[in-house]
Design a protein around this ligand. Structure first.
Ligand code: OAD
Length: 237
């Protein structure tokens, strides 16, 4: 790892699993009892706004009951210690990376604690329940919805992510099944630009063949180990 300066880290639901948040594709294929298509598409929001809003209200409320785990803490320690470029791109809509202390962070699939105005496109921090018909403080329209990127919508900050992938010497994917694009394609972009590629996952993911190295185990063990390797131990001991 001695020659590495610029790092991009992609995280998925697996990094928050040991904090007690359900992954999207559990053994039953459901996300907290729902099919992803029923709560994560623009069509679902049109057909059953109450159900979709309630679903994200419940997920938002649950954040108060969980804490960052050792994997989030190790990534935050890496952020503090790493002198080169570093970007954590999370697909997660929870707030555990920032609560652990990560600063160089993008929520590419949005955030539970944010509301998006479907009328004017502005976003605002949102902590409480968000019933359909809630008004935007900016334009006054009753069009606020959860600021979650639904299937078919463009993820946030793709230009910044692509620029970071262009410069990356190391790309690490942690706890993601590698089935949802564009995130699932980041490994190929990074590798084509010459980055070393590493997967950390409880199982080998759908995209495993694209990685030069795969380490199998829980994020709470593998991530601190990796951060020690990268920083020569001082960051988290
Ligand atoms: P998934 O639920 O698809 O995958 C979770 C991954 O985490 C699996 O590969 C598990 O093997 C792994 N995993 C579980 N526990 C782990 C642990 N303790 N340590 C390490 N790995 C573990 O979740 P994502 O890949 O994040 O999109 O899902 C991608 C996107 O699909 C989500 O962002 C969401 C969903 O639809 C939107 O909300 C737009």
């Amino acid at each position: 790892m001695a020659d590495i300066r610029n790092i991009v880290i992609l995280t998925g639901a697996g990094v928050s699993a040991e904090s007690g948040l359900a992954t999207f594709r559990g053994p039953d294929g459901l996300w907290e009892g729902h099919r992803v298509e029923d709560v994560c598409t623009p069509e679902a929001l049109v057909h059953d706004p109450m159900m979709v809003h309630r679903f994200y209200d419940e997920r938002r409320a649950k954040l108060a009951l969980v804490k960052p785990n050792a994997a989030h803490a190790a990534l935050a320690a890496l952020d503090r210690a790493w002198p080169g470029a570093l970007l954590v791109v999370t697909q997660n809509v929870d707030d555990l990376h920032e609560r652990a202390g990560s600063k160089r962070l993008i929520h590419m699939h949005g955030e539970l604690k944010s509301a998006l105005c479907a009328a004017c496109g502005s976003t605002a921090a949102w902590q409480a329940a968000l019933p359909p018909g809630s008004k935007c403080a900016g334009c006054g329209q009753p069009k606020l919805r959860p600021a979650i990127v639904f299937f078919g919508e463009m993820p946030y900050e793709m230009d910044v992510i692509e620029a970071a992938l262009d410069e990356a010497d190391l790309f690490v994917s942690i706890g993601t099944s590698g089935v949802v694009y564009p995130a699932a394609g980041f490994v190929q972009i990074a590798r084509a630009r010459g980055a070393r590629t590493l997967e950390l996952n409880l199982d080998r993911s759908a995209g495993r063949s694209y990685f030069q190295e795969c380490r199998v185990g829980p994020a709470s063990l593998l991530v601190p180990e990796l951060v020690r390797e990268l920083t020569g131990r001082q960051a988290i001991d």
